[in-house]
Design a binder for this molecule. Structure first.
Ligand code: UGA
Length: 437
């Protein structure tokens, strides 16, 4: 099938490559010439495991191309909308500029029978509005909403082997030509047993925001428990293990630490609250304000704990922050709790060095005032305290004895609760976890 993918950021670039892998003929369209040039040369404009290999493989097959010309969408039967919906500046709501621009640019190229498939995370009600817009100029084209649930760092496998497909259709009925066409696109995954839920348009939009809100709530719940554990002298990691054994609760997303960040969870819960307010349902989501507040409090707490660890003052203390990305296997620093903590420590008088295997370029663009070091050993040298803030494998595997020979004081704060406290203490370190005694 001929497919166009509009927007080649995280979601779109991965989606385009995966659709070509499934055997479709795909054109990826983006207004950013630099991104298009990179992707055309089979280079990923961001770090995502497996993506470059996949780009190379499918480009060799001739099934994938990239362009800045939206007219290249003409002739495709299915058009995926994959542009971003960032948080508006100074407001909680989502900025819909890119979605609106993408759909408006696509409309003149639609033919009868074409299906526009929205994948971006949007405020509920958007799909119904866009469907009307499309109908006005091409009554025979259809809009379907098909939210994406991929995680950064696992984007390729999440796209090729998703947990489920959600299709939002105007009348909520499975018996629709657009459903049939999207089934053809995803035929391989559907044949392997991936479940598919067909809903009306608003439900499909809400599935995505509800899922991200639930994940954010789970993380803030365990971080709230970490606060209580700290006050009571209990251990939140053991608590999470024990509570998570109840399969109604589950252990996943119960890792207490410095909280959630990235380009999705924080902005999605805020946009959800803003949209609920517009719909007059704001009371239903006031708990998300608390979820957000608990999350932001983790960052302040780490600054306090670091001050404590350094003997009461941060002034002139050499602090090494291990990890800048919002999570491992990513170079994304959008709303990264690690970087935000590094910046706060620097503002309070510490001399901060940040290291990360992949995210230093993005981090230095966002916070040029921090000092960055590529090599872990060099970053550790002379440190008065280490802060493990993004759980890259190489930091989880650090050897306490070897590390001790590099630093000037044996102090470590484990912001992700991934180290074995007894091992580090046995090597002479003062170890602090979050919500652990
Ligand atoms: C999230 C969702 O997990 C995806 O399902 C969704 O498709 C995506 O947003 C999106 O909306 O596009 P992602 O932002 O890649 O994916 O990251 P997550 O793996 O959800 O992690 C988010 C943050 O939570 C990270 O900062 C991570 O360190 C933190 N986290 C995660 C915790 O602090 N504790 C946990 O137990 C789990």
């Amino acid at each position: 099938m001929r497919i166009s993918v509009i927007g080649c950021g995280y979601l779109g670039a991965v989606h385009a490559a995966c659709m070509a892998k499934l055997g479709h003929e795909v054109v990826g369209i983006d207004v950013d010439e630099r991104k298009v040039n990179e992707l055309s040369a089979a280079r990923a404009p961001f770090y995502e495991p497996g993506l470059e290999d996949l780009l190379r493989e499918v480009q060799e097959s001739g099934r994938l191309s990239f362009t800045t010309e939206v007219s290249a969408a003409a002739g495709s039967t299915v058009h995926f909308i994959c542009v971003g919906t960032p948080q508006k500046k100074g407001e909680n709501g989502a900025d819909m500029t890119y979605v609106d621009a993408a759909v408006s640019a696509l409309i003149p190229h639609l033919l009868p029978g074409d299906v526009v498939v929205g994948k971006s995370t949007v405020p509920v009600g958007t799909a119904t509005r866009l469907a009307a817009l499309i109908r006005e100029s091409e009554p025979e084209a259809h809009l379907l909403w098909n939210p994406e649930f991929l995680r950064e760092g696992h984007a390729v496998s999440d796209t090729l082997h998703p947990d489920r497909f959600v299709y939002g259709v105007a009348d909520g009925s499975e018996d629709h030509k657009a459903v049939e066409l999207l089934d053809d696109v995803y035929a391989a995954s559907l044949a392997s047993g991936t479940p598919r839920v067909v809903t009306d348009l608003p439900t499909s939009e809400l599935v995505k925001t509800a899922a991200n809100s639930f994940l954010a709530t789970k993380i803030s719940f365990i971080n709230a428990m970490a606060e209580v554990c700290e006050a009571a002298g209990a251990d939140v990691s053991l608590l999470a293990d024990a509570v998570g054994m109840d399969d109604r609760i589950g252990r996943k997303f119960l890792n207490a630490g410095i909280g959630f960040g990235g380009g999705c969870l924080p902005k999605d819960i805020r946009a959800f609250m803003a949209r609920a307010g517009e719909l007059g349902a704001d009371q239903a989501l006031t708990f998300l304000r608390e979820v957000d507040a608990i999350n932001m409090r983790r960052r302040t707490r780490v600054v306090e704990l670091t001050r404590d660890l350094c003997g009461g003052s941060l002034m002139g203390q050499k602090i090494t922050v291990l990890g800048a990305a919002f999570k491992p296997e990513s170079d994304d620093v959008r709303d990264s709790p690690a970087l935000s903590i590094a910046a706060q420590l620097q503002l309070q008088g510490a001399v901060v060095t940040v290291t990360d295997p992949k995210a230093l370029e993005n981090a230095s663009r966002r916070f040029p005032e921090l000092h960055y070091e590529t090599l872990t050993d060099l970053a550790l040298r002379g440190a008065d305290a280490l802060l493990l803030l993004t759980e890259w494998n190489e930091y989880c595997r650090l050897d306490p004895y070897e590390s001790a020979t590099l630093v000037s004081a044996l102090r470590i704060l484990d912001g992700r609760n991934v180290l074995d406290p007894s091992k580090w203490r046995a090597a002479g370190w003062t170890y602090r976890g979050l919500g652990r005694p």
